[in-house]
Design a protein around this ligand. Sequence first.
Ligand code: ZN
Length: 124
Amino acid sequence: MEALQSVLSLLNEPIVQFFIWVAVLFVIANIFVERRLSFWISSVGATYFWLKNQDPVVALKAWLVVLSVFVVILVVKNVFNLNVVLLLKGKKRCPMCCEEAYRKAKICPHCHYKFASEADECET
Ligand SMILES: [Zn+2]
C-alpha cells in the first residue's frame, strides 16, 4: 500500500504531471503521424500549454530532464557505440541494409541477410 501511496504523491508533483501531458499527447499524435514527429508535437504542445496555464519553471525543469536523457543516449552511442533505444527494443541494425531487426533474428526481415551472430550489426 505504501508503494501505491508514494506513486500517488508523485502524481502531485508538477513535473510528473507535465510528463503525463507529454505522454498523453504523444499517444494521441502517434495515431496520426510517425513517432519522431509525435515526440515533437507532444513535447512542444505540453510546453505551450504549461507556459500559458502553469508555472514556467516546471516546463524548464522538464526540458532539462529531457535534454539530459538525450545527452546520455548520445554519449553512450558515440563513446560505447551502443544504441540504447534499439537495445531497449531488443533490436539491432542489419549490417547489409541497416534496417532494424530483432537481436535474436537469424535472417534480416528486410534484405534476407544471414546474421553471423547476435553481435553482427550495422556499424553506424
Ligand atoms: Zn537487412
